[in-house]
Structures are given as C-alpha cells and as structure tokens.
Design a protein around this ligand. Sequence first.
Ligand code: NAD
Ligand code: 6OH
Length: 520
Amino acid sequence: MTRCTVISNNARSDPRAKIASLPAALLRLPGPAGDLVKRIQNYIDGRFVAGDREFADVNPADGTVIAQVMEANEVQVDEAVHSARCALRREWGRLGVRERATRLHRVADAIEKRFDCFVQAEIADTGKPISLASKLDVPRAAANFRVFADLVKMAGLESFQTETPDGAKALNYAVRKPLGVVGVVTPWNLPLLLLTWKVAPALACGNAVVVKPSEETPATATLLAEAMQDAGIPKGVYNVVHGFGPGSAGEFLTRHPDVDAVTFTGESRTGAAIMKAVAPTVKPVSFELGGKNAAVVFSDCDFAEAVNGIGEAVFLNTGQVCLCAERVYVDRKIFNAFVDALKEKAENLNSGWPSDAKTNLGPLISAQHREKVLSYYQLAREEGATAVTGGGVPKFGDDRDNGFYVQPTIYIGLTESARCVKEEIFGPVCHIAPFDSEEQAVAMANDTKYGLAASIWTTNLKRGHRVAQQMNVGITWVNCWFLRDLRTPFGGAGLSGIGREGGMHSLNFYSELNNICIRL
Ligand code: NAD
Ligand code: 6OH
C-alpha cells in the first residue's frame, strides 16, 4: 500500500486519534511541541499550508476527534484563487487536450495506487461502511477522471455552412475554451465522489480549481492533492481551502471577484446564499441541490426486486444521498405486503463499525445532523405517523454509543401535506403511502417543490415509460436506483438545482464556447 503523507503523522500514539482509520501518515505539519493531533492542511499553489485557526474533524462512529483541520483565512483563499489564475498562464494553460487527458488518467492511477488510503480517510470522516467506500466512493473518483479525460478528447463541436439571403457565404464553427478559475464547493455525504465529479470535468476543460470541501469531511480532498502532485498536475491547478460556509472559506471563495464560475453541491438554501454571493459579478453557476424523492411501486412489479431496490434507495449511506427515496408510494393491492417486506429489510441492516466488512448501515455525519433527523422522528409522531420500525437511537453498549447512529425508520399514516412528507430529512427514513390509480401515484410523486430523482417499479414496459416521462425530475430510474452512466445528464428541477452535469453537459458548463464566423 502506498504511504500517504498529506496528513502528518505525529499522532500514532495519541489515544484521541484512534484511527486505524485515518491513513497513518496523512498530514505533513508537525504540531506545536507536545501536540500529537493530526493536522489536515490547505493546499495552495502546490504546497501544503497551515491556516491560522483549527477545527476538529470528528469520527461519526464514536465521536472521537481524528484530526484538527487548518481553516483557511480570507487572505489564503485569495492566494489560492491567485495561484489558480497564475497556473492558467503557465504550462497548464498551454497544454493540448491530449496531454491534459493523459494527466487526468494519471490522477486516476494515483487514486487507485492509494486506494486503501482514500477508503480509510473516507470512512474515518464519514463513518460510512467500508463496503460502500470501497465499492462506490473511491472507484467512482477514479472513474470520474477517466471518463472526462476520454470524453474531452472525443468531443466534437458544432459547425455550420452559412448562406445568407443576400448571398454571403461563411463557415461558422465553435471552439471550446476554459472558463478560467472555478470555485468548487461540496458536501459531506459522498465527499470524494462529488468533489471529483466536478473537478475532473473542470480540469478536462483546462480550468484551474479552488475547492472548498465540507468542514465535516476534509480528508480525501487533501489526499487528492497528493495524487495530483504524483500525476504531474502543475502547481496552482488544484487548490484546497478548508473551512465553513458563511464568514469562512466557502463565502470567501464564492464571492471572490476573480473566480469565474461556481459549481456547488449541497442544500437548496445554501445554493440560494451562493446565488446572492455570485450575483454582483454575474458568475455562471451549476447547482446540484436537495431532494425529496419518490419511489412508485406498482402491483405488477417484481416484488423482490422492488423491495431490494427500495431498501437501497432508502437506507444506502444511512439515507444521506441526495437521490435517496424518502417518499414511497405503493399500489394499495400490495401495500401491506410491501410494508412488511421493507420493515424486514430495515431490521436486518447491520449498524456495525464502519471498518467491519459486514456493516451496511453507518452513523449519520454529525451530532448536529442527528439532532435534525431525530427532530423529524419526533415531528412524525406529532403529525400522527405510525412507526412501522425504528424511530429512535440504537444502543450498542460500546463506543458506538458516543457516535451518531439512528435506527432505520419507516413511517406510515401521514397525510401528504405533513412536513415529514414535504421536507428533506436526509436520514435512513421513509414514509410509505398507498395509491389507487396510476394518475394518483403520478400526482403524489410530483407534489413537491424539489425535482431531483424518482424510481418506478413495474414490469409493464409501457407503464414504465409512460410514468417515467411524467416525472418532474432530472433523473428517473425504472426498476433500478442510482445506476449511473457518467455520460448522461445529471441534475434537478425546482429546488433541486440549476443546470445539468454529466457527459457533454459537464463539458459545456466548464467551458466557454467561442463561435468563429469566417466569410468564404
Ligand atoms: P450544505 O449546503 O450545508 O454544505 C455544502 C457545502 O457548502 C459545504 O462545503 C459548506 O461548508 C458550504 N457552505 C455552506 N454555506 C455556505 C455559504 N453561505 N457560502 C458558501 N459555501 C457554503 O450541504 P451538506 O449538509 O454538506 O450536504 C447535504 C445536502 O446536500 C442535502 O440537502 C443533500 O440533498 C444535498 N446534496 C445534493 C446532491 C445533488 O447532487 N443534488 C448531492 C449531495 C448532496
Ligand atoms: C448525491 O448525494 C449523489 C449524487 C451523485 C452524483 O452526482 C453522481 O454523479 O453519481
């Protein structure tokens, strides 16, 4: 296994840094004398640098502090933006597409070389099961670089032979240019996957980036800097600034006048704040925001397939995936059987330690997020729900009791106007409601201000197409969920986002097209 040196390891014997989990050598900065805690640094202009304040990186599985994170101040965010601007004027700005693509493949190689480090860092930060981090998060990070490296080499552009009514002839063709410096702000639920989903196409298009990972999950963005160095990505092309949103690195970056575009994944109301921040300088934005996604189960579904699929859609990553189904609508004819089957599925989940291969349900990300999810469990009771299973906090009798676990939970009996049916909870929880007709199911699924994803479960081919096409969302799955092809459009309607990424949509967002008209 490659040793990762980005998070310094003067902490091996620190009982607080109980982290077989955080790669042994993650940080480079020795702490002040006698201070044994690992430090996660910023990465600016090709160097790992401290900040002038620190905050704790907490392991959600047991509440222990695993590292201190160096918060970037406003001057450092400015330095990061400046260094990105300078990188565009040096080697990176002159590289041809083929060479850029080669370097991005090397980034993917460097991630794969450090596979175990990335997995350990991701599970330490998020508490997610090792099975998930090693099957989804880290492989997808490498795939993001490979897919956009290949795509940018293959991508064609429009051209038109023009003839005007007065007989002029011309050739029009477009060329793709980078936007410049792109600010990338990302959340904590799939930290590396979502960060690389934006960084890879941004670099493929020739931009330089300043990323602000979530304050909850700073480790893998920092490790990625080491992979970038390894892959020969020049200094200044990839910068990492750590910190929070308002009054911290997130705000400093998004309102920076020399940032040319902002790409953001996170909560809808954070998207609204970022829109205000970018308004004075009219920056392009790409927003992937929250969801309150529906799953619609028809009586002609493959029952076992639907139960398994919706089990994933509700509980994967402890329900902390923007695409998760929190509203499940089931044909009344199979309602009771479906509720019983999903209950059994929920009760068979294994809330173990993240590093245990058998664990398939981790903790929530933080004490604060657990408070939020539990407040919805309480609200559901007040709104008159019946808990089919769960609704509380598990008891383990070991250190996990200091972590942020909640029980996987299923409610029935709420009205469609209940807040628990309308608001995104972002935990391992769903509400199941019966429907009596296809029209009613479609209306219920669409009765939301969000519009990210839906899944339809039916073996009737015509119905599958018919219902899928009526969903007011950006992504509809039929008889599957979170099955991804990275070339397809990805994004949301309504409160769920602005714009689409994926395939050519990403290339179009991360580049500026210059149309050239030549008189013939
Ligand atoms: P969040 O909006 O609280 O934070 C996301 C990022 O924005 C963090 O890095 C945070 O520090 C930063 N931030 C917060 N306030 C800011 C401000 N005023 N200015 C600049 N930056 C600011 O989201 P979260 O809690 O980290 O993630 C969970 C949310 O993300 C859920 O709503 C989920 O649905 C959504 N999400 C959406 C998608 C998608 O693809 N649509 C994917 C993942 C998560
Ligand atoms: C949200 O939590 C998940 C988003 C997934 C993607 O952006 C993706 O590309 O799979």
